[in-house]
Design a protein around this ligand. Structure first.
Ligand code: HEC
Ligand code: HEC
Length: 387
């Protein structure tokens, strides 16, 4: 296995290096180094697509491109110098390791949550070894939340699911008395309601919106104002704005939209089929709905894209309008065996610990899991690993 070294510039603090040990095919493309794992279906699919679709190829190049100060990188602060620096596992566009978690922070007193100056936009990468990771000297924040890098694979299919489909599964008053609620993240964008679906709190409705948000929040690079409220349009680095134009933003969004969804491994081990039946019978599938109808047929994502509170009592974290403390989007489970660690903050390093970390609305389902025989528990894990 070859080791690739990725250099990450940290929020103006230091420059750290991280090593990944994935099998990677490295090709030079423009100014960037495109790393596509050849060890998976997704890697092969990405390689094939880049030779067939010019905009995909260009979006891939831009997603991978290492930016520099002379391009306007940084506000002057930034979390990294490319999108790929965080989204890389198991292939470009995938998830990220826990060292790349960003910290969000705010202030809470007497049940009232307030943003600190800089607002929810303060999303900083302070790796575990950086002293003061959970400190920020603006206005005494007392709530900190870690967020890890989710995989973007298959997000184009998720974008194609209608708002109405997501809203149809809401159960805000627990009308069916199963102890599980489920609310959509409804955002007001340009004066109109839209259902958010990307990000741990489903805070962003489309991939183009996320590209603008990430160019600003992660790379410290400005993009043109499209009046949807996700662009960072000006900054203080002295470089003329916008630093990334609409064509680049759209090509990156196009690349993300066409990233292949993780494929089912398709094991014929009878334990996998048994685990799949248990996944439904003990209640996991209430939130992790196996499939939702998309623009071009069923999307086997294993999520309802709704917000639930599965955190332990006393959990403190970020509150956003329409997504209170502890509420997170049910994450899709396709490709889940490749994207450890798990949960919004990466608190679970294995699938087993992810299951056991479910409390709150999922407490009765977790109890059902705990009541299974060892054989049944093993089968459930075999099924998750097959996704
Ligand atoms: C410092 C690491 C880091 C970098 C660099 C980064 N991201 Fe992310 N990305 C994250 C994290 C963390 C999240 C989850 C954010 C949240 O929900 O608060 C995320 C979420 C996303 C999502 C939503 C995925 C989903 O399904 O919910 C998209 C799309 C995305 N990023 C695109 C990009 C693009 C495009 C770039 C480059 C312009 C980029 N990211 C750069 C860490 C990073
Ligand atoms: C009440 C809804 C609900 C139920 C029931 C539920 N989950 Fe979840 N699941 C969630 C939410 C919400 C998260 C994200 C929590 C977070 O980000 O901290 C999650 C996270 C996960 C993750 C980690 C995903 C990732 O990308 O980090 C796995 C794996 C998982 N669930 C599997 C299961 C299994 C297996 C069951 C049944 C034993 C189950 N879940 C039951 C809502 C649910």
């Amino acid at each position: 296995m070859r080791r690739a070294v990725i250099t990450v510039a940290l929020a103006g603090l230091a420059v750290g290096t991280l090593a990944t040990s994935r099998r990677q095919l490295t090709t030079l493309s423009g100014g960037g180094v495109v790393r596509v794992s050849t060890g998976s279906e997704a890697g092969a699919d990405i390689l094939k697509r880049r030779f067939e679709d010019d905009r995909f190829e260009e979006g891939l190049r831009l997603f991978d491109l290492r930016r520099h100060r002379k391009d306007g990188l940084g506000f002057p602060e930034m979390n990294a110098d490319s999108c790929r620096a965080c989204h890389q596992d198991p292939v470009i566009g995938g998830a990220g390791p826990i060292e790349l978690n960003v910290s969000r922070m705010g202030h809470e007193a007497g049940g009232v949550f307030t943003d600190v100056p800089g607002g929810q936009g303060i999303s900083k990468l302070y790796p575990p070894y950086v002293e003061g990771r959970e400190e920020y000297d603006v206005q005494e924040p007392n709530v900190f939340e870690q967020r890890q890098t989710p995989s973007i694979l298959g997000d184009g299919l998720i974008e194609g699911i209608d708002d109405a489909t997501i809203l149809a599964n809401e159960d805000p008053t627990d009308a069916n008395l199963d102890g599980i609620f489920g609310v959509a993240r409804v955002l007001t964008v340009a004066g109109q309601p839209e259902v958010g679906r990307f990000g741990w709190k489903a805070q962003v409705p489309t991939l183009e919106d996320f590209a603008r948000d990430a160019f600003g929040g992660e790379l410290g690079m400005t993009t043109p104002d499209d009046r949807r409220g996700f662009a960072f349009t000006t900054d203080a680095d002295g470089h003329p704005d916008p630093e990334v134009d609409n064509r680049e933003v759209r090509n990156v969004a196009h690349f993300m939209r066409l990233l292949p969804a993780p494929e089912r491994k398709g094991s014929t081990d009878p334990g996998v089929a048994a685990g799949e039946a248990l996944f439904s019978s003990i209640g996991c599938a209430i939130c992790h709905i196996p499939s939702l109808p998309g623009a071009d047929g069923p999307v086997p994502l294993y999520s309802n894209l709704l917000l639930h509170n599965v955190m332990e009592p006393g959990f403190r974290g970020m509150a956003e309008p329409g997504a209170p403390m502890g509420f997170f989007r049910t994450p899709p489970l396709w490709g889940i065996s490749d994207t450890a660690p798990y949960m919004h903050d990466g608190r679970a390093s294995t699938l087993l610990s992810a299951i056991l970390a479910h409390d709150g609305e999922a407490a009765s389902v977790t109890a059902n899991y705990e009541a299974l025989t060892q054989q049944e528990k093993d089968d459930l894990l075999l099924f998750l690993e097959d996704l």
